[in-house]
Design a binder for this molecule. Structure first.
Ligand code: NAD
Length: 547
């Protein structure tokens, strides 16, 4: 049992400088019981995505960050601090490599064995890079996906439309709210009643249903009145989807966000209660995986059948198609992934999920930045609509944070604005600026971010590595290199980056270069893959591609 973990707040340092202070606060914040999905086991989100290997590693990280000098760099190997080197003030204070494994050995079985031996840790994406901010972190990508579907198929609104999905975990909970933001009705299936109750309290869902009948009745009534409604249905996703097929009911949109990338720890087989699943997982993991494979086969088969009947169906970044394919369902890839289908045009523009966190713990710091964004970016209707919406709907828990998809110029401008606000004491403490790993140049994942690229370079993983190296030599406070986030072991390589706006001239210098790396490399990566939109952006922003 780990004592409840909370980040320090306010503007007094507990470390030797604001860069290490920021990293300490972000680390502790990602483990805060209000933020993490299972703080006791150091699990932040996404199945078993952790921020530290174990309790001893966690304590050592806290201790070392508190003592770290401005010219030292702490190395973290899969959640365990392993070395401190004398470097330079401009160098990152923390470098971390998580879940990396030699490709030939990169499968679930081998990884789990190493994990059991205490040699590695599964870090998901933002868990191991200490950049997790709760559901808000993925909300805009989910919102943009639903908006794109609304624009493409339903005249710009999901009013009167029913979305069927599942999973109310750390990321999955963004789904019902995103559907509501687009005016639609969402049925989201979840096996764990405590997760449902948590999402009802936090306003991510409106109402709980215990049976398919009840959920369908509520959904149909709301859709008829064109009212938005989010219904959490207690049940097993695969069972519910199969029942929808049998009943002849076809939702307009179907997807899934259980943590199925990890069959053993993130997905519950059909026929088991939550408790039975827990016991079987411990006692007979092989049997558990067999049952989970049968379930995911039926789950994806029913999604394909709903697609045949006219539903818009897509994989929401959890590798559900890959798992069903592995389980023997050859048609698993009949529906697309959400990035290749809906989000890639944004990547080609260099837009990506930037986020910032108020180290003071004071929500008014975030609201002040919101106001500056609304005034400085007032010509961008999309950004303003987003900021106004999250101001109304998002409650802060843990350190207050904001996320927003910004492009090349906007990110640099934002860094500059925030640093000036800290320098002129408009904000009560420095701000950490970081991002999700989900961008074209920061994640190589052939069934997600890099699926179906024009030039076939889906599995080429040089780009995230170049991204991490460049961030490390451009003044980031922390750079991480990771494997297996989102879609599981063997399926992705990605990097994280955190910078700190402490109001100093040095920070201004670092931020002005640093915040152009992710969007710039994103554009270059897509131009290199043959996307015309990215090629024209390249010229617009004056970036050079030597070949
Ligand atoms: P999580 O572990 O916090 O939650 C998963 C939820 O699924 C749990 O609440 C669990 O009870 C539920 N569940 C599992 N099996 C079920 C079943 N058969 N029926 C009904 N409910 C079931 O995971 P998360 O953080 O919400 O992430 C979900 C998935 O999305 C992961 O695979 C993750 O890697 C992936 N992901 C997607 C994105 C994205 O942008 N779309 C981003 C990050 C992660």
């Amino acid at each position: 049992m780990v004592h409840a973990i909370y980040s320090p707040v306010g503007n007094k340092l507990t470390c030797k400088n604001w860069e290490t202070e920021a990293l300490l606060r972000l680390f502790l914040n990602s483990l805060d019981p209000r933020v993490a999905e299972n703080s006791n086991e150091l699990i932040v989100y996404g199945g078993r995505g952790k921020a530290a290997r174990d309790k001893h590693a966690m304590e050592a990280i806290i201790r070392e960050l508190r003592q770290l000098d401005t010219d030292q760099t702490l190395l973290i190997q899969s959640g365990k601090p392993v070395a401190i080197f004398r470097t330079f003030p401009f160098s990152p204070r923390v470098l971390s490599s998580t879940s990396m494994i030699v490709p030939k050995w990169a499968n679930d079985e081998y990884f789990s064995m190493l994990e059991k031996m205490g040699l590695t840790m599964y870090g998901q994406a933002t868990a191991a890079s200490w950049a997790y901010i709760g559901v808000q972190g993925v909300l805009q990508a989910t919102f943009e996906t639903m908006s794109e579907i609304a624009n493409r198929y339903f005249n710009g609104s999901l009013k009167g439309k029913i979305v069927l999905t599942s999973g109310l975990g750390g990321m999955g909970s963004a789904q019902p709210l995103s559907v509501a933001m687009n005016g639609g009705v969402c049925i989201v299936v979840e096996m764990n009643e405590s997760k449902i109750n948590k999402r009802l309290v936090n306003n991510y869902c409106d109402i709980k249903a215990n049976t398919v009948d009840e959920a369908l009745q509520l959904a149909k009534e709301a859709a008829k009145k064109e009212q938005s409604l989010t219904i959490a249905l207690l049940g097993n996703a695969a069972d519910v989807y199969c029942e929808m097929v049998e009943r002849g009911f076809t939702p307009h949109i179907v997807t899934d966000q259980t943590a199925v990338h990890d069959l053993l720890n993130g997905y519950i087989p059909s026929g088991l209660s939550l408790e039975q699943a827990y016991i079987l997982r411990m006692k007979k993991p092989k049997k558990y995986i067999e049952m989970a494979q049968e379930t995911v086969y039926a789950h994806v088969q029913s999604m394909c059948m709903l697609q045949d009947r006219g539903a818009i169906v897509f994989d929401y970044g959890n590798n559900i198609r890959g798992q069903a394919y592995k389980a023997g369902y050859e048609q698993a890839f009949s529906f697309p992934g959400f990035i290749s289908e809906f989000l890639r045009p944004l990547y080609c523009e260099g837009r990506g999920p930037c986020r910032w966190i108020a180290l003071s713990g004071d929500p008014s710091d975030i609201y002040k930045i919101d106001e500056v964004i609304l005034s400085e970016f007032n010509r961008d209707e999309r950004i303003c609509r987003w900021i106004q919406f999250v101001q109304e709907r998002i409650y802060f828990y843990g350190l207050p944070a904001r996320t927003c998809w910004l492009n090349y110029h906007e990110r640099r401008q934002l860094g500059d604005m925030i640093n000036s606000m800290v320098a002129s004491n408009q904000l009560s403490a420095p701000i950490a600026i970081t991002r999700d790993h989900s961008e074209g140049s920061t994640m190589a994942a052939p069934t997600r971010e890099t699926e179906d690229l024009l030039d076939g370079s889906d599995a080429v993983a040089d780009w995230p590595i170049l991204n991490g190296l460049l961030n490390a030599c451009s003044g980031a406070a922390m750079v991480t290199i990771q494997h297996g986030g989102g879609v599981g072991i063997g399926n992705s390589i990605h990097t994280g980056m955190t910078a700190v706006a402490d109001g100093s001239l040095e920070a201004a210098k670092k931020l002005s270069g640093l915040l152009t790396i992710d969007p710039g490399l994103n554009i270059i990566r897509h131009a290199d893959a043959g996307y015309e939109k990215a090629e024209s952006m390249l010229h617009k922003i004056g970036l050079k591609k030597p070949l």
